[in-house]
Structure formats: structure tokens, C-alpha cells
Design a protein around this ligand. Structure first.
Ligand SMILES: Cc1cc2nc3c(=O)[nH]c(=O)nc-3n(C[C@H](O)[C@H](O)[C@H](O)COP(=O)(O)O)c2cc1C
Length: 183
């Protein structure tokens, strides 16, 4: 019997987290899991999925609210399902503005997002800041904040984390189930 697919649900304002979600999906698929990579807004019901990974960027010290809202809205269905979170930011440990207090607060918030829901692990990855592609509001924030700009994503670290998730998911599905669906 084919095991149920794994859902990689993501939110992303300017595409950096979307690309990471795709790579997480690729790594799981390479290990035999059927994977579906979708924006959280496209997932009306996570019940058909055997395991769920939710990824979103951090803006103004918080995981993007739409991702938190999705987890809260589906708390009932996510409870008891293998669950992982990941977050992209620049204040996370490998980011150019690593900040321990910020990281600790972020992890605590994510662990306690919904009572009774406990992600197995939370991946924290450095993200991308490109002032040329963000909106006016973000440009104003960046003018105050003046972060180092660039693409700080460490693909080896992201792939390693994804392989860890694949291992925790247990034995791989049959080769015939290998696929990444983005629709
Ligand atoms: C206006 C603005 C505010 C941000 N605030 C934070 C923050 O508080 N903490 C952090 O770690 N990263 C922060 N970041 C960095 C983003 O999390 C990072 O750029 C991320 O890769 C964006 O992902 P996306 O392209 O998927 O939206 C901020 C970026 C911008 C543009």
C-alpha cells in the first residue's frame, strides 16, 4: 500500500521561502516519499497527508502571521500527525545578524503556537534580503533596520535538515511513489 503523501506547506512574501520549500520537497522525494509542496492558502484540509512540514519567513521578529494562522486553523487535524516547522530569517543562528535572544523567543513561540501541537523539530535557516524586489513598506522598514543584504541561504544545511526529516519519517515509500507535486 502506498503511504499517504507528505505535505510541505509554505508561506513566502518574496520567493525565498518558496524556493526552500521546493528543495525540502525534492529531498524527501529523492528518498522515496510522495510529496506535495503548496502554499498554505491552497491547502484547505491537511487531513489526507501522513506528515506535514510548515515553512515561513520571519518578518518583524515573527513567523509570518498567515502561516501561524494556518497552523491554528488546522490544529485539530495537525494534532497527532508528524509535524516539522522551518523558518527563514536573518537573525537566526546562521544569518548575518544572528541574535540569540531573537532565536530563543522565536523557537519558544513556534513550539507553543497551538496547545497540544508539538513540532518534532524546527529548522532555522538564513534567508534572502533583496531590497530591489520588496514592496514599499518593507523598503521603509529596511531603511531603518539597514540589514546586510544578499542571499544567505545555505543549501547544504537546508538539504541536511530535509534529509533528517526524511529519516525521521521512517522507511521510504516504494520507488513508484516518488514524485513532487506542486499543483
Ligand atoms: C522588512 C523586513 C523585515 C524583516 N524582519 C526580520 C526579522 O525580524 N527577523 C529575521 O530573522 N529576519 C527578518 N527579515 C528577513 C526575512 O525573513 C528574509 O528576508 C526571508 O528570506 C524572506 O523570505 P521570503 O522571500 O520568502 O518572504 C526581514 C526582512 C524584511 C525585508
Amino acid at each position: 500500500m502506498t503511504p499517504p503523501p507528505v505535505l510541505v506547506a509554505f508561506e513566502s512574501r518574496f520567493g525565498a521561502t518558496a524556493e526552500v520549500a521546493r528543495v525540502v520537497g525534492e529531498e524527501l522525494a529523492a528518498r522515496g516519499h510522495a510529496v506535495s509542496v503548496r502554499r498554505t492558502s491552497e491547502v484547505l484540509d491537511p487531513t489526507p497527508y501522513g506528515a506535514v512540514i510548515v515553512g515561513a519567513p520571519v518578518y518583524s521578529r515573527r513567523w509570518l502571521e498567515s502561516a501561524s494562522a494556518w497552523v491554528r486553523a488546522h490544529g485539530e487535524s495537525l494534532r497527532g500527525r508528524p509535524l516539522w516547522f522551518f523558518a527563514l530569517g536573518i537573525r537566526v543562528p546562521d544569518g548575518p545578524h544572528a541574535n540569540e535572544r531573537h532565536t530563543v523567543r522565536l523557537l519558544r513561540r513556534l513550539h507553543h503556537l497551538v496547545p497540544g501541537i508539538e513540532p518534532r523539530r524546527i529548522g532555522l535557516f538564513a534567508g534572502r534580503v533583496n531590497p530591489a524586489i520588496v514592496g514599499l513598506r518593507e523598503q521603509l522598514q529596511l531603511r531603518v533596520f539597514r540589514p546586510r543584504t544578499g542571499d544567505f541561504r545555505d543549501w547544504d544545511k537546508i538539504r541536511d535538515w530535509s534529509r533528517g526529516v526524511a529519516e525521521e519519517l521512517g522507511s521510504a515509500a516504494p520507488a513508484s511513489a516518488r514524485s513532487v507535486s506542486t499543483r
